[in-house]
Ligand binder design. Structure first.
Ligand code: WT7
Length: 690
């Protein structure tokens, strides 16, 4: 039977509805060949990580790290929900990712960089070479920029090795890095500079994307200006050159403020910087993510717990061995890249591939050529990429001579038909698949099968990871019966080492967002009273597997990445003619969801088409192209409740061609029909009317 979520069906309004159409699927078993070599083969792993052994079970992960001072306590719950992990311990992230591997793996590849232009051969960075570069960069950050432990630095870098070199150089000094996804606009970078209080911005001149060498330096200027306007001064802008020795951007350098990293680095050639032993609880990095308000939150991740958690999950769930060539196609600018391109693989001395460009450039066979050429055996990507690669080149993987042992999917629910193509064609029927559910806040995976132990079930992320105890609550705070298949709010009962420490500079928002709703007793120091609320809907089947249904808040998951509707709406409202804006998610056959924008204009004589173009430009400028609306509908008025609230539900239904339901309680019910006409005309090929 065709499943309802296949390409072409755009009538579903939300993930919950989609989920209902997914039947329970058959199980797939991992192959004997995979099992025989797997890192985690102990069938008692979940008992070992069970509640009776919590939190000490996580010593297993902490032991994967090298501590300069051993920790004395696994978990400190004195100030809920501000948990502390491995307290008393000290360690350095850069030392753990690099130095400690040198004796055994000095000239093994740490990173292999694949540039987008295919005529450029892959560039190998050995552990030794990475060590040299990170030390030199750390010397530059310390001596040229005056940075020290605890300072924040904003990075706005694309997918080249300069990014992990910079991250690891910061980590060597205990400087907190805050990498902003390279595709985000200069403006969003600037507001993150301000929020984090960075006085140094590290960017680049240019990078390749879909065959174009994109000017990125221009964003640095916008970012600095935005930050200045918000009250944060930037002293220095460091610009990496995509081609060292050559400036590839038309945007001028600002004298006295902007410096080429490559030039300045010459003063630090061969310098060694002692890795600074950091408290286990010292922040390692910030990663901004969208929430329900307009202001992105800086998820603050700790050193010890985070590193322990990504090491453990990279070993057991990603099944990374030092001999593996591992390729995660995500961007390092997202949490997936931090945890599972940089920190996790390097902690395990693996070889991690960094690909600069678009997966489908110059053609849809590119990923499979890369896999063949580099001998990639572990592959990691999103359902969005799987859908796109399938649609454009369903038979392409078979034309390349590679063989994966293991594949990951992350970021959004994957529909069973896409899962099966991934399994049959990309994995050639031999690779095990893990569908990993987690969030920027979480540091690492929360739900997934343990690949050698649990059967795979398409469309379900699987059981919780060892040491993670989920619970589904209904809106009244009652537990939804385990295994009942009923939907509710996905929560985690216990703390785990990868959970963020707080929202940078906003402890109250941290408590309110994740813990307030289901906290059983705000006075309690017992972790059992403080379940973490994920913001996702989920249901658990009889076999204990979780199916994630998507966000229950005002967050749109575009290609597996979060955009706040409020952020997009504020961008639309910067267009002077726009009086009101509402953003709703519309189902997209490739990206999962994309934003649709409805705007009502202030009185005046405007061309709807022109306003719509300005709205799109405003979204590009404020956030980045990732937030670009599919449609901008200029409507006569918004559907509103009697108290004046915009009914986004009604707009969402119209966008998705679904039933709008009961609208009789609206203050202006008749506008619904007018809006429907606007939408229908525009989708019939018409231009926005004005
Ligand atoms: C949201 C988190 C950390 C991964 C990259 C995205 C959705 C994530 C899955 C999955 C269904 C998933 C959730 C979550 N999500 N993984 N395997 N199945 N949905 O990180 O930007 O913080 O987004 O992505 O809705 O809340 P993020």
């Amino acid at each position: 039977m065709a499943d309802k979520t296949q390409a072409g069906d755009r009538t579903e309004a939300n993930e919950a509805q989609i989920a209902v159409h997914w039947k329970e699927e058959q199980y797939f078993q991992p192959s004997k060949a995979f099992i025989d070599q797997a890192n985690m083969r102990d069938p008692n792993i979940r008992t070992r990580f069970g509640e009776d052994n919590f939190p000490d079970c996580f010593k297993d992960y902490a032991d994967m790290l090298t501590w300069s001072t051993p920790y004395d306590k696994v978990l400190d719950t004195n100030n809920p929900p501000f948990w502390k992990w491995f307290t008393g311990g000290k360690l350095n992230a850069s030392y753990n990712c690099i130095d400690r591997h040198l004796a055994q793996y000095r000239n093994k590849a740490a990173f292999i960089f694949v540039a987008e232009p295919e005529e450029d051969p892959p560039v190998v960075l050995t552990y030794q070479e990475l060590y040299i570069r990170v030390n030199e960069m750390a010397a530059l950050l310390r001596d040229f920029c005056g940075l020290k432990a605890g300072d924040r630095v904003t990075l706005h870098l694309p997918m080249t090795p300069d990014l992990p070199i910079t991250m690891l150089a910061c980590a060597r000094l205990g400087v907190i890095h805050s990498q902003v996804f390279g595709g985000f606009s200069g403006h969003s970078c600037g507001s993150r500079i301000e929020d984090s209080g960075s006085r140094i911005l590290i960017s680049t001149d240019a990078y390749w994307r879909s065959g174009k060498l994109i000017d990125h330096k221009v964003n640095a200027d916008i970012a600095v200006q935005t930050a200045e306007e918000m009250g944060q001064h930037v002293d220095k802008v460091l610009i990496w050159q995509r081609y060292p020795g050559k400036y590839s951007s038309p945007t001028p350098m600002v004298k006295g403020r902007d410096f080429f990293v490559n030039d300045v680095l010459k003063q630090y050639a061969g310098k060694y910087v002692e890795p600074v032993p950091m408290d286990s609880e010292a922040p390692l990095f910030l990663m901004y993510s969208s929430g329900t308000t307009g202001k992105p939150k800086g998820c603050q991740h700790r050193t010890g717990g985070y590193l322990a958690y990504v090491a453990g999950t990279s070993r057991y769930i990603e099944d990374i061995h030092p001999t593996d060539t591992y390729w995660c196609m995500a961007d390092i600018g997202w949490i997936t890249g931090h945890s599972y391109i940089v920190y996790g693989p390097l902690l395990l001395a693996a070889t991690s591939v960094i690909y600069e460009g678009t997966p489908t450039y110059p053609d849809v066979r590119r990923p499979w050529r890369i896999a063949e050429r580099l001998g990639v055996n572990i592959f990691h990507t999103s359902p969005t990429a799987v859908r796109a690669l399938r649609r454009l080149g369903p038979d392409e993987p078979s034309k390349c001579n590679y063989q994966f042992k293991h594949m990951t999917t992350v970021g959004e629910p994957i529909e069973p038909s896409a899962w099966r193509w991934y399994y049959d064609e990309v994995g050639k029927g031999q690779a095990v698949i893990v569908d990993t559910w987690w969030q920027t806040e979480n540091g690492g995976f929360l739900c997934s099968t343990v690949p050698a132990l649990d059967a795979m079930k398409p469309g379900s992320a699987g059981p919780a990871l060892p040491g993670i105890y989920p619970i589904i609550y209904d809106d009244d705070g009652e537990e939804v019966a385990k295994g009942s298949g009923r939907a509710g709010n996905m929560c985690i009962r216990n703390p785990w080492p990868g959970i963020m420490q707080t929202i940078w500079g906003n402890d109250q928002r941290f408590v309110d967002t994740y813990y307030k709703r289901y906290c059983k007793n705000p006075q309690s120091k017992d972790w059992r009273d403080w379940p973490y609320m994920s913001g996702d809907g989920a249901m658990q089947a009889e076999d204990g597997y979780f199916r994630i249904l998507g966000r229950i808040d005002d967050v749109i998951n575009v290609s597996g990445h979060r955009l706040g509707t409020k952020e997009i709406e504020s961008a639309c409202l910067t267009v002077p003619e726009v009086a009101e804006a509402a953003v709703v998610p519309v189902v997209d056959e490739i990206k999962g969801r994309v934003p649709d924008v409805y705007v009502a204009l202030s009185p005046g004589d405007y061309k709807a088409e022109e306003v719509a173009a300005r709205v799109i430009q405003a979204c590009d400028d404020a956030i980045g192209k990732i937030a670009r609306p599919r449609h901008v509908y200029v409507v006569p008025d918004m559907p509103k409740t009697r108290s004046g609230k915009i009914m986004r539900r009604v707009l969402g239904a119209i966008s998705n061609g679904a039933d709008v339901g009961d609208v009789t309680t609206l203050a202006n019910a008749s506008v619904v029909e007018d809006i429907r006409v606007v939408v229908r005309d525009q989708n019939a090929g018409g231009k926005p009317q004005g």
